[in-house]
Write a protein that binds this ligand. Structure first.
Ligand code: C2E
Ligand code: MG
Ligand code: MG
Length: 402
């Protein structure tokens, strides 16, 4: 039975919610203030928490912070109940890692639908996290997580860096875009690679503040390059599922573009199929919203995930990034060649740009040219670079020979 903890200081509201939940056969526990709420969350480990924002002593934020610090309660879905639809409250709650919020008074249907949506998301996430944990929850991963929490709590964002890797047009040989790639330079751990950092940050929800920071910085950097004369340069930013399900995600994107005076079409958001599949409906609606304002959408690592082609039809996609696996040694592997040429062909027919990822050799490059892939990215042309280095190759007009 699903156990729900209700933390609400107003007796009548609390009892109303409990009646509603019990009528739906949920197992319920109740707390009349934040302190008892935190204690019950730790001792009972409910499947979901509904928590009032405004309470005396420990308020909803205090409860959420305390829960996120305890490993047993850190990942319990958390829905805020608020009497005010104030944006600032909402934003602060989401930044702290709340999963959703409901403005009082809410209807029975609104409450049940928010609960159902969070529980199904959690089920997906738990499945992902449990495979992740059995594979890699090593002492090193635990240590990285501990330091990451500390870095974020202290807001030491200066430890994060964004590197940029050029994406090159295969017919002109020119750099058309830069993919932003996160790096974490920790004073004790040294440089932590995204392949270690990102899955961990995803599974703990810590990706949210980091992802937003990358997006903000990438927009700022793009503006600097546009002002330096590279007006056409597009910047790609990788997204996580946590970012995509934020209700105010598209407003956030538009804000970053606006404050930097950037046109939406110079930003491309990269999503993997796995991220989309975690919550297809919300991904489709958010992507449509962002896309309608002009921002570009790329499917990253295509072919490495679920590859549900049906979504290619429903989603507003501008770019397909063919996973590195298919590119590696493509000229000598007839199966990879068959799949990649089919993807290039499909892209052409659907008016979707194809980008080959992880191009390392001339042989791979020649194959992609022969089959008219639109663009390439890979160590052969350049590794991901710090902004100052990237700028150097822009000014030097570095190009692929065509
Ligand atoms: P991705 O988005 O597919 O990025 C491409 C990755 O391939 C980068 O790894 C890049 O360094 C690497 N790469 C590029 N060319 C080559 C090549 O020729 N050969 C090989 N072997 N590798 C190449 P990186 O920077 O380690 O990032 C790994 C992944 O971490 C990214 O894969 C992306 O999924 C994720 N990531 C990086 N930054 C962010 C971020 O800001 N937010 C989120 N959500 N994810 C990020
Ligand atoms: Mg990417
Ligand atoms: Mg990729």
């Amino acid at each position: 039975m699903t156990k729900i903890l209700v933390i609400e200081d107003e007796k009548s509201v609390r009892e109303n919610i409990l009646d509603l939940l019990e009528a739906e056969d949920f197992d319920t526990i109740a707390a009349a203030n934040g302190r008892i709420g935190v204690e019950l969350a730790v001792s009972e480990v409910p499947d979901l928490i509904l928590c009032d924002l405004m309470m005396p002593e420990i308020d909803g934020y205090g409860v959420l912070i305390a829960l996120r610090e305890e490993s047993v309660t850190a990942n319990i879905p958390f829905i805020f109940l608020t009497a005010r639809a104030a944006r600032a409250d909402f934003r602060q709650g989401m930044e702290l890692g709340a999963d959703d919020y409901l403005t009082k008074p809410f209807t029975r249907d609104e409450l049940l639908s928010a609960i159902a949506s969070r529980l199904s998301k959690q089920a997906n996430l738990t499945r992902k996290v449990s495979t992740f944990e059995t594979q890699t929850i090593s002492p090193k991963a635990q240590m990285i997580e501990k330091y990451l929490r500390r870095t974020l709590e202290r807001r030491h964002f200066q430890q994060f860096l964004v590197y940029y890797q050029p994406i090159v047009d295969l017919s002109s040989g020119k750099i058309i875009a830069a993919e932003s790639l996160l790096r974490w330079q920790h004073p004790e751990l040294g440089m932590v690679s995204p392949t270690e950092l990102i899955p961990l940050a995803e599974s703990t929800g810590l990706i949210l503040p980091i992802g937003d920071w990358v997006l903000k910085n990438a927009c700022k950097q793009t503006k600097l390059w546009h002002d330096a004369g590279f007006h056409e340069l597009r910047v790609a930013v990788n997204l996580s599922s946590h970012q995509l399900i934020q209700p105010d995600f598209s407003q956030k994107v538009m804000k970053f573009l606006l404050v930097n005076d950037l046109l939406p079409n110079c930003l491309e958001l990269e999503l993997t199929e796995n991220i989309i599949m975690q919550d297809v409906n919300s991904a489709i609606s958010t992507m449509k919203e962002v896309h309608s304002s002009g921002v570009k959408i790329a499917i990253d690592d295509f072919g490495a995930g679920y590859s549900a082609l049906i979504y290619l039809k429903q989603l507003p996609i501008d770019t397909l990034k063919i996973d590195r696996y298919f590119i590696q040694d493509i000229a000598n592997d007839s199966q990879k060649a068959a799949i990649t040429t089919a993807l290039i062909e499909m892209g052409r027919n659907l008016n979707i740009q194809t980008v080959a990822e992880g191009v390392e050799t001339e042989q791979e490059l020649n194959f992609l040219r022969r089959y008219k892939c639109d663009a390439m990215q890979g160590f052969l042309f350049s590794r991901p670079l710090p902004p100052a280095e990237f700028e150097k190759i822009l000014f030097a007009n570095k190009q692929l020979n065509v």
